[in-house]
Write a protein that binds this ligand. Structure first.
Ligand code: HEM
Length: 176
């Protein structure tokens, strides 16, 4: 059965009008190597200066995520919430070729590392003035009421503690 994901993006203060976008489960398998190739993902959207790439596996169970942000510092994607609070977050930075990726849980306007890991694969790579984070993750447990919340952010330092230079909340409708 074909499944459809409809993305709509909401800001806290104003809706960001990106238009409806369907993501159909497909055979494409993004490779989490820190480089987003042309056509690697089924969907790409620009949000607050960041490029978000998404794909859904053929069985609809695995989400592939790629985020390209205009920074040499940290980049992050949160899932399961469109605010920091409650989001499953993947934060990452590439310090001169030394990659760090951390799975965290947002709490209020903070976040802290998770003890376990749910990521399938992940990579972060800085190239020029940009940093790219790629990972795959099971969709299960991240969707509530047919919707997947997303938070994206980046900062300018190579750490997991400094505040964002830009951030945005989004919402992805999952429609089987
Ligand atoms: C130590 C790191 C962080 C600090 C100190 C921090 C702090 C804050 C603060 C004070 C706000 C409210 C003011 C504002 O809108 O800018 C906020 C909002 C926001 N942050 Fe963060 N943040 C951090 C990390 C992150 C990360 C990793 C993400 C995404 C994965 C994120 C996404 C957002 C979003 C989407 C909002 C607006 C919605 C909300 O209020 O939750 N933040 N953050």
């Amino acid at each position: 059965m074909r499944k459809f994901l409809v993305i709509s993006v909401l800001a806290l203060t104003a809706a960001v009008a990106l238009g409806a976008q369907d993501l159909v489960p497909g055979p494409g398998k993004p490779v989490a190597d820190g480089v987003v190739a042309a056509g690697e993902y089924a969907l790409v959207r620009e949000l607050s200066g960041m490029k978000l790439h998404l794909s859904l596996s053929a069985d609809g169970k695995t989400l592939g995520v790629g985020l390209v942000a205009p920074t040499k510092g940290w980049v992050a994607v949160g899932l399961g919430s469109r605010v920091m609070d409650g989001a499953f977050m993947v934060l990452a930075f590439d310090a001169g070729g030394k990659p760090s990726v951390s799975e965290q849980r947002g709490a209020g306007r903070s976040h802290s590392p998770l003890t376990g890991s749910v990521l399938g694969a992940s990579a972060v790579k800085e190239a020029g003035e940009s940093t790219t984070l790629e990972f795959s993750v099971p969709l299960s447990g991240l969707v509530a009421g047919g919707k997947l919340g997303l938070v994206l952010a980046y900062g300018t330092a190579d750490n997991f503690t400094s505040r964002h230079a830009a951030r945005v909340g989004a919402e992805l409708g999952v429609k089987p």
